[in-house]
Write a protein that binds this ligand. Structure first.
Ligand SMILES: Nc1ncnc2c1ncn2[C@@H]1O[C@H](COP(=O)(O)OP(=O)(O)O)[C@@H](O)[C@H]1O
Ligand SMILES: [Mg+2]
Length: 418
């Protein structure tokens, strides 16, 4: 077989796909290690940032770090919000815990202490789901009380086991999907916060590590104001320039790789990806295939067809989102894309002012706010705790500007408002 067919395209554009080389993120890893060093848990982790910035894969790399330091790791992906009611949240947490603890044998005599009664004798001596569930059921009262009882039991049993772990990390991805539902009288988010706050105060080393979109932290603070003090928020940004370069070149510096990217190509990928990990993987994945075929056909000067790749990215990543946006919402997003730095924060005021100078129908402040709320609901925009807005999709500004090339702007928009 030819050698080039052996070296597969190493790049991995796709949600949660481990990259061939995880660039940067050293500071974030240090932050996590600091949290693992706590004797009493005072701070929990929130890992937040836009879609595609690398939250899921970074959280994955935290697992071996924690395990190495003697922690158990319990985790789940909350994208399919299984936590709509309190009871299901409790079941979810206990099943997750049981997966990590079911091989722990605890000493029943040790557990027969005031507060646990004699019922403990009825359980088998392993920390499996039936045991946890029985403790939960016997505790009675509110879901929060039952869950606290079960988790406290877990910790006391682990501590009494021959090889007690350092603690348990509860890692929940896409945690922005959790919510309280006042109408249904279900408060799973608040229950989770109350339970962890309470058991941590009693000394259980159970650390929460939540990841999610930037709506996550404001949501937690809204549910329980003490969340503000309970979490260390780590905001993942685009990669720093040297890290972008490593993300591009390291994967193709491996033995047997049939190509190298030219300096010119690397610079193009750096620029067009904006340093966002998903875009780096996407562009490199395409560029790799093109380079291989150019090299195979004997081209001496292979290059990245950046316009074609950008067009593919537009249709794969942006177009679906854009097609769900109404004309008037597009006008507003267009105005935002014309701000000096649309990738940073913006305000209603800035939109209103700039709309006067652009070929769109003007926006009143209340109308602009109303449209922004709709865009928040469809996940295009988010609002931070200080009332400023940002795009929830990386590099959306560039995409929008590509939809409205400068020379076409007046015609496009006049035509629609006629
Ligand atoms: N530090 C990194 N270096 C290189 N590629 C990365 C890095 N972080 C993430 N990626 C890549 O970016 C893409 C998105 O990562 P993911 O963790 O799914 O993002 P998020 O969970 O924030 O939406 C994946 O293709 C992944 O391989
Ligand atoms: Mg993710």
């Amino acid at each position: 077989m030819e050698s080039s067919s052996v070296f597969r395209n190493p790049f991995r554009p796709g949600a949660g796909h481990t990259p061939p080389y995880l660039a940067g993120r050293k500071e974030e890893r240090r932050e996590f290690l600091k949290l693992l060093n706590q004797d009493v848990i005072l701070s929990n982790l929130i890992l937040t940032g836009l879609r595609g910035v690398g939250k899921t894969v970074l959280l994955d790399t935290f697992k071996p770090l924690a395990v190495q330091k003697g922690w158990l790791w319990v985790g789940a992906d909350l994208s399919e919000s299984t936590t709509v009611d309190e009871e299901r949240l409790a079941t979810r947490i206990l099943t997750d815990v049981a997966l990590a603890t079911s091989n722990f044998v605890y000493d029943r005599r040790e557990m027969r202490r005031p507060g646990f009664g004699h019922q403990v004798d009825l359980f088998n001596a392993t920390l499996n789901y039936p045991t946890l569930h029985a403790v939960y059921e016997q505790a009675g009262g509110l879901v929060a009380d039952q869950l606290k009882a079960a988790l406290t039991f877990v910790w006391q049993a682990l501590r009494a086991s021959p090889n007690p772990p350092r603690g348990i990390v509860f890692a929940y991805d896409e945690a922005q999907n959790m919510a309280d539902h006042a109408k249904k009288d279900e408060y799973p988010l608040s229950v989770m916060l109350d339970v962890f706050q309470s058991i941590q105060r009693q000394g259980a080393p159970f650390l929460l590590a939540l990841t999610g979109l930037p709506t996550l932290f404001p949501k937690l603070v809204e549910a329980r104001t003490y969340s503000e003090r309970m979490f260390r928020v780590v905001f993942l940004n685009r990669l720093d320039p040297p890290d972008v370069r490593e993300a591009i070149v390291k994967p193709i510096q491996e033995d047997g790789c049939p190509i190298t990217f030219t300096e010119e190509s690397i610079r193009q990928i750096e620029e067009h990806s904006g340093g966002y990990p998903y875009f780096v993987q996407f562009i490199c994945h395409e560029a790799f295939d093109v380079f291989v075929s150019q090299v195979t056909t004997g081209s001496d000067n292979p290059s990245v067809p950046i316009e074609e790749i950008t067009a593919k990215l537009d249709s794969d990543f942006f177009a679906g989102r854009w097609s769900r946006v109404t004309d008037r919402q597009r006008d507003l997003l267009y105005v935002v894309s014309r701000l000096d730095d649309p990738e940073s924060e913006f305000s209603v005021q800035e939109i209103v002012e700039l709309s006067r100078e652009l070929p769109v129908k003007r926006f009143s402040p209340s109308h602009a706010s109303q449209i922004l709320s709709a865009l928040i609901n469809s996940g295009i925009v988010f609002k931070n705790r200080y009332g400023k807005y940002s795009f929830a999709v990386p590099l959306l500004g560039d995409f929008i500007r590509r939809q409205y090339p400068a020379e076409l702007q007046p015609e496009l928009i006049d035509e629609r408002s006629r």
